[in-house]
Design a protein around this ligand. Sequence first.
Ligand SMILES: [Zn+2]
Length: 295
Amino acid sequence: MSERTETRKQRAARRAGEFPPAPEALPRPVLDSHTHLDITVSEAGVPGGGPTDDPVGAVIAVAAGVGVDRLVQVGVDVESSRWGADVAERYAAVLSTVALHPNEAPRLADLDEALREIEALAARDRVRGVGETGMDFFRTGDEGRATQEESFRAHIAIAKRYGKALVIHDRDAHADVLRILDDEGAPDTVVLHCFSGDADFARECVRRGYLLSFAGTVTFGSAGALREAATVTPVDQLLVETDAPYLTPMPHRGRPNASYLIPLTVRFLAATTGTDLDELCAAISATGDRVFGPW
Ligand SMILES: [Zn+2]
């Protein structure tokens, strides 16, 4: 059957077959600090395939099987934020964050109304972060920048008002992200999701007390600068994420991603930074609890 006539369900079933095999379990439990369960189950299905009437529960169970026993579900618009907030109330392993993605904000007909909905969700107990918000100069052109910045500033204010972690998406916008944080006054907890800077930018973020969350991108061959950034990041300011279903770590780049693949990135980071694996897992776990917990 051609891609064109394939239904969404058939496509999900086909892609489920493309999930990489499960890696060896970690010696201690860790969390996936940034994942999109909704996009994973609708676009890629469930690792291991097979029919299930609870795809979200199945993704969680496969992850728990290799030591990834907690995850943070991240919202990108009002609908996914509401979905994540509901899921976090149904599954003990899941906490959520809510936001309008920086590439989404400029496309909205009524930004203020959407922000009011995000704020209402941010008040909920199992919503522990506001994000992903921030700046993206890669996907959004000049015409959308003012709106993107307005939205980012509003999200910073919401995070501070409700005492939640601020989860930042920063693509080709390091200097502007710091400028806006300084201008608004950063919340107590700031996480740079899918950290993409070099060692200098990492040092600057570390100095400010921010958390750096590394995704599968750190395992990519071309990511030398990112590996240096990981090396200068203290273990108590470091998190690990999938950003699933995207950014699958090596050696499975290009195949669908899910939280059960976190061990590949954790092992890679341990080897790259010369940190004992046990110690790294314990640090990531404690940092995750401090930033988003308790679960
Ligand atoms: Zn994301």
